[in-house]
Design a protein around this ligand. Structure first.
Ligand SMILES: [Zn+2]
Length: 165
């Protein structure tokens, strides 16, 4: 049997005040919304959860270790680029078997954007979109996601060792 490793990534971002004029970016897709998410980078909560799942599967440090929010280089950063960088850090000894990510919010509805999100995440990871799954769910109006205070995302990533070891 091969050497497989699973990683879990969880991220949360609060909505910014509309006057801050933040864009809402999920899975690299700019979604029409009067409010974006607060964050040092583009606050792409979906991409961040996937990045942490990837790093976790490889037994590495978390996203904040490699891309600290105190670093001016990452102000407004494109989180898909950070995911691509994390993929390079993980290295060629590991192949991405699959990624599954769930976005938790009442709005926006993820369904109409999920194909583009899959393509974006897969391109950053260097895999076919068929290896990436994106789904949305609500929290039935309960908690901070239910009240529309923020968006949460949870991801798992499975890696298979194909070199080194
Ligand atoms: Zn984040």
């Amino acid at each position: 049997m091969g050497d497989y490793r699973v990683g879990l990534g969880i991220d949360v971002h609060a909505f910014a005040d509309p006057v801050e004029g933040r864009e809402l970016v999920l899975g690299g897709v700019r979604i029409p919304s009067e409010r974006g998410l607060r964050g040092h980078s583009d606050a792409d909560v979906l991409a961040h959860a996937v990045t942490d799942a990837l790093l976790g599967a490889a037994g590495l440090e978390d996203i904040g270790h490699y891309f600290p929010d105190t670093d001016e280089r990452y102000r407004g950063a494109d989180s898909l680029q950070l995911l691509g960088e994390a993929r390079r850090i993980v290295g060629g000894d590991w192949a991405v078997v699959n990624v599954d990510v769930v976005v938790i919010c009442e709005r926006p509805k993820i369904r109409e954007y999920r194909e583009k999100m899959r393509e974006n995440l897969a391109a950053a990871l260097g895999v076919e979109p068929s290896r990436v799954s994106v789904r949305g769910t609500t929290s039935e109006r309960l908690g901070f996601t239910g009240r529309g205070e923020g968006i949460a995302a949870q991801a798992v990533c499975l890696l298979e060792r194909i070199g080194g070891g």
